[in-house]
Design a binder for this molecule. Structure first.
Ligand code: LMR
Length: 394
């Protein structure tokens, strides 16, 4: 049986992590995988997370199963955080998932149950694992134009034209904020236009919200999602707590599904629980409990929000510094897009050959499509990166 297995191509982002680890050069810089690092290179446990874990440890008397769809208090807290006042609880089913990736997977499973002929529309480019999961599942997808290589901004005219081809019952996968891998994002006016296209076509939005709080702020980063959900009859949101709570390895995510019509919520809720049962039964609880403990406590929430804001502003300062360094070195403003992008990532627009040179000559690791993780930088490494970018002829 196992002799028939074929080697799988390694995930590019995860393979880069291994390559970086094996590099013995002093001063190497990891701008690959999307993990936040503080100026000393550490991915810290957030203060509120530590405090919540202590409370949980002290109060917890059992490790018995919770609910199949996940702890209801966690699901309610996340729905409030993501959807705010726009939450329509009577129309929203939700599921605790194994991270944001698990939420994406379950969303695709649900879409396929609802429409076996579903086609998913994805941005070009998108997070490579979106494509990989769909290929694995055999879910057909088509790409819509998203990134303008010339301006390093959103090709909104191209995006609109391509989305207009979506059909009733298709899924349109959107990045709620902090687009991965480009860092280029829609304005609220553009979200409204996307919403109108969804309405015209009858396609169902699936919003991947993995970086809420890393772009323009916790509320601001959810604004596009909230706008879409306020208008769409049906919608899905896959949210991750990995980044904004810094609990990557706890695998904490949520899938929210907005439905319409009497009775539809209960059926959707039951189907979501069924999907958990088929795939891994009960979802992991520890991360969900941390998040719920924080969000249900005013003091912990305030401290968490303050630390998240420090993280966000730190990344913005690094963006400004990198853009300024590149302005000085090149005497042009052609890298100013770095300061306009939001979130962890920016797509630099370097060729694979230039990315390779930067890795070989300067020991700076970025993903092959020239996505760089801004949070992997600090004040001292920004000038090193800027110099390497210019030396590689980007
Ligand atoms: C990334 O894009 O680097 C992150 O989402 C981590 C991952 O799992 O790929």
């Amino acid at each position: 049986m196992f002799a028939a297995l074929k080697p799988q191509a390694p995930d590019k982002i995860l393979a880069l992590m291994g390559e970086f680890k094996a590099d013995t050069r002093q001063g190497k810089i990891d701008l690959g995988v999307g993990v936040y690092k503080d100026p000393t290179g550490l991915t810290p446990v957030m203060r509120a997370v530590k405090a919540a874990e202590k409370r949980i440890w002290e109060a917890e008397t059992t490790k018995a199963y919770t609910a199949l769809a996940g702890e209801p208090a966690y699901l309610a807290a996340m729905a409030r955080m993501v959807l705010g006042d726009g939450l329509d609880a009577g129309r929203t089913a939700s599921l605790s998932t194994v991270g944001g990736t698990g939420a994406i997977r379950q969303a695709l499973e649900l879409a396929r149950l609802g429409n076996p002929g579903v086609t998913v529309h994805v941005s070009d480019p998108t997070w490579p694992n979106h494509l990989s999961i769909m290929q694995f599942m055999g879910v057909p997808f088509v790409e819509y134009r998203y990134f303008d290589d010339a301006t390093r901004g959103v090709d909104f005219e191209g995006m609109k034209a391509d989305l207009a081809r979506a059909k009733q019952g298709d899924v349109v996968l959107l990045h709620g904020c902090c687009h991965n891998p480009t860092g280029a994002n829609l304005t609220l006016d553009q979200w409204a236009e996307v919403s109108a296209i969804l309405e015209r076509t009858g396609a169902v939005p699936l919003i991947d919200l993995a970086y809420q709080g890393f772009g323009d702020g916790l509320e601001e980063d959810a604004a596009g999602t909230r706008l879409i959900l306020s208008r769409a009859p049906e919608a899905m949101v896959a949210a991750s707590c990995s980044k904004n709570f810094g609990i990557y390895r706890e695998r904490t995510g949520v899938l929210m599904v907005q439905v319409e019509g009497a009775g539809a919520r209960d059926v959707a809720q039951g189907t979501l629980a069924y999907l958990n049962r088929q795939n891994y039964s009960f979802p992991p609880d520890h991360g969900a409990r941390i998040v719920q403990t924080i969000l249900d406590d005013d003091g912990l929430t305030a401290d968490w929000r303050a630390e998240l804001e420090e993280v966000r502003l730190g990344m913005l300062a690094l963006r400004e510094q990198l853009a300024a360094e590149l302005r000085d070195l090149t005497g042009t403003d052609r890298f100013d897009f770095v300061a306009r992008h939001r979130g962890m990532f920016s797509r630099l627009g370097a060729s694979p050959e230039q990315v390779r040179r930067i890795k070989e000559e300067a020991a700076i690791y970025m993903v092959g499509d020239s996505r760089l993780n801004i949070a992997g930088l600090n004040r001292d490494s920004v000038p090193v990166l800027a110099r390497a970018i210019v030396d590689a002829g980007v």
